[in-house]
Design a protein around this ligand. Structure first.
Ligand SMILES: [Ca+2]
Length: 298
């Protein structure tokens, strides 16, 4: 699978912004929401029985074909020690038409990195498989809740440089820098390159109380040349403009980026009120791009 540049004549191009296909069998948000002018270019509905390896590297931060590792990773199964959970295949699977990325509390001996872990987690990423430069991503998902959890839907660069990073939806069950009830959903941009990375952060506070993490929601993220917009069940909840970067406006992401979907546990967070196991469940993920008939690359 290669980059989507709008010139490849996808046979799904008749799907339009009026697409109302339902993707699941429970909860709200059954109807797709897509901003005007976008065409479906790729989707994974996770109908199984296995996770599609054409789309995803499963339970590893290393692409087995190229050998490339996510920048900054401390091993094939741990991004860094802010995460408490060792990533395993048995925590990354399909069940009842949804991708399940599970968190477990259990003793586990890791090999990469070597060490003893108290938790394990699920992870998939589309490195070198599905990548794109701008578009609209819609994910129908259930998030876990509880202090310890740290699940996210995010984008990082195909050029294996960090940053940029789009945190399309990043949930923290507990942040000790917040007022009770401590949890929030983050919708962030990280730009410029490590170690000079800079953040345009935004937090939807008390997210579980207001929206119920475990309910099905449509998590939408639009990335254009001038703005990024976050849509929750079709309602605009956050916007970041390229102009808001000021003198750094030229650092607005303009490159191919791939998708990471992961559950996780935050090392620094308590786990007393966290249910085990818990899961980030994804009914579908869909990528749309502008139906640009003449200029090709988006
Ligand atoms: Ca599905």
């Amino acid at each position: 699978m290669s980059a989507f540049d709008g010139t490849q004549g996808f046979d799904t191009a008749t799907d339009t912004a009026t697409d109302t296909e339902t993707g699941g069998d429970e909860g709200g948000g059954l109807s797709g929401f897509v901003p005007e002018g976008y065409l479906l270019v790729w989707e994974d509905d996770f109908e199984g029985p296995e996770i599609d390896s054409e789309n995803w590297v499963v339970a590893s931060l290393r692409d087995p074909l190229s050998g490339d590792l996510v920048p900054g990773a401390v091993g094939d199964h741990l991004l860094n020690y802010h995460y408490a959970g060792y990533i395993t295949e048995e925590d990354s699977f399909i069940e009842e038409g949804a991708l399940v990325l599970r968190n477990q509390k259990r003793s586990y001996q890791g090999q990469s990195p070597v060490g003893s872990f108290d938790y394990t987690s699920g992870w998939v990423m589309s490195m070198h498989r599905i990548f794109f430069n701008k578009g609209y991503v819609e994910v129908r998902a259930q998030f876990p809740s509880g202090d310890k959890v740290w699940p996210a839907l995010w984008l990082i660069s195909e050029e294996l440089q960090w940053c940029p990073e789009w945190d399309m939806w990043e949930y923290f069950g507990f942040r000790d820098d917040l007022e009770s009830p401590y949890d929030n959903m983050g919708t962030h941009l990280c730009y410029d390159a490590w170690p000079d990375q800079k953040w345009k952060s935004n937090f939807l506070s008390s997210f579980d109380l207001l929206y119920d993490c475990e309910a099905w929601h449509l998590y939408g993220f639009e990335w254009t040349e001038t703005e990024a917009r976050w849509f929750l069940d079709g309602a605009l909840v956050h916007t970041v403009s390229a102009s808001s970067l000021g003198a750094n406006q030229d650092l607005w992401p303009d490159e191919d980026m791939y998708i990471v979907l992961n559950n996780g546990q935050r090392s620094a967070s308590p786990d007393e009120n966290t249910l085990w196991p818990n899961a980030l469940k994804i009914d579908f993920i869909r990528l749309y791009q502008k139906g640009n008939s003449d200029s090709g690359a988006l």
